[in-house]
Design a protein around this ligand. Structure first.
Ligand code: PMP
Length: 358
């Protein structure tokens, strides 16, 4: 039996998407083989790639001035690929540290450029200082930030702006969850395994004019212009992820696109935070202005109750609720594919548990 799955990623996928894939597992649309048995140069796979690019442009509002890429190495790979592609040897960039993932980004990017920390909210990582107070180094080729910190549950309300310096945005855990303004965006990227499908790839849009500044060697699989002119097939791509990403994008589109996702996500997050705040039992310590709509960390009064909470949750049809070891407590990841009923089921279980133990 499928439970409501709150894992942070790999994470829940819509049943419709899994069923659609299941139906074509043996034979894909008259091709005579499973999609994952077809050559990546076949019309079917090239067509899938083309439809992904078209849907991404439509859903994100990314014009022809952006390359749309699907690249190996996940989002962590991009922490290295971005400075390699955008910054010349010895060049500078700035980055905001607002949680676990931006700290990882910092150590990775610093291997490939002179990286300045514009702001650092560690160790608590519970708020986002106003961007006007950030210390962006003069001559930065980009300013990077993690739009939604998956572990700390801190999310920007909107993209900051630094007088046109290109933004590098890690939207791994909130891509397509709300409309975004691409005006200042140089690169926007995400791992696939939250809102876009199964794990293993990075989805990247990058402004074409930023890609040729580097004059330095870049591995072919992360070379943006090379991948752009090769349908992201500089090596044999994971075609299963391609097809699943296409089905996910269709699913978002069929449900009315990003605005509709945003409204549903708002409602789910509100239901959960409202209950946590009013419970007198559970707590979430993030500055309410920057609470994530995708990942909701929360604490029980006693850490000793956590094991019982997690095992009782499983029996109540709730999977993957344990928090990350870096923060502790519990965490509910409520991406696009989590239905309102899943959040309602969680709240109902939390109420029962609090009544029994409070
Ligand atoms: N950035 C963020 C915000 C993430 O949540 C994650 C994965 N949880 C990553 C980067 C890393 O993604 P991957 O492991 O696919 O490289």
């Amino acid at each position: 039996m499928r439970k409501y799955n709150f894992y942070p990623g790999p994470s829940t996928l819509p049943a419709e998407v899994l069923e659609a894939y299941g139906e074509e597992l043996l034979e894909y649309q008259g091709s005579g083989a499973s999609f994952i048995e077809l050559s990546h140069r076949s019309d079917e796979v090239l067509g899938c790639h083309e439809r992904i690019v078209a849907m991404v442009r439509e859903l994100l509002g990314a014009g022809e001035d952006y390359h749309v890429l699907l690249l190996p190495g996940g989002a962590i790979g991009q922490y290295a690929a971005i400075p390699m592609n955008l910054v010349a040897e010895g060049g500078k960039a700035s980055l905001a540290i607002t949680g676990h993932w931006s700290a990882i980004a910092s150590s990775e990017m610093a291997k490939f450029c002179e990286l300045h920390t514009a702001v650092d909210t560690r160790p608590e990582c519970r708020t986002i200082p106003d961007p006007s107070s950030w210390d962006v180094a003069d001559g930065s080729e980009f300013v990077a930030f993690v739009d939604n910190e998956t572990i700390h549950g801190v999310e920007f309300q909107r993209f900051p702006s630094f007088g046109g310096v290109p933004l590098v945005v890690d939207q791994s855990s909130n891509i397509l969850s709300r409309p975004v303004d691409l005006s200042d965006v140089g690169v926007l990227f995400a791992c696939l395994q939250k809102n876009l499908g199964p794990s293993g790839l990075a989805f990247v849009i990058v402004r074409e004019d930023l890609c040729d500044r580097r004059g330095r060697a870049v591995p072919s699989v992360w070379d943006y212009p090379k991948q752009a002119s090769n349908q992201s097939m500089a090596n044999t791509p994971p075609t299963f992820q391609f097809r699943m990403a296409e089905l996910m994008l269709h699913w978002v589109k069929d449900r009315g696109g990003v605005e509709r996702m945003a409204a549903a996500n708002e409602a789910k997050a509100k239901a959960l935070y409202d209950y946590i705040d009013s419970s007198g039992y559970y707590s979430n310590k993030v500055d309410p202005k920057f609470r994530s709509r995708m990942n909701v960390p929360f604490f029980l009064p006693e850490p000793a109750q956590e094991a019982e909470f997690v095992s009782g949750a499983f029996d109540a049809g709730i999977l993957g609720i344990k928090g990350h070891r870096a923060v502790g407590g519990m965490r509910a990841s409520i991406y696009n594919a989590m239905p309102q009923e899943g959040v309602d089921a969680l709240v109902s279980y939390m109420k029962d548990f609090a009544e029994k133990h409070g």
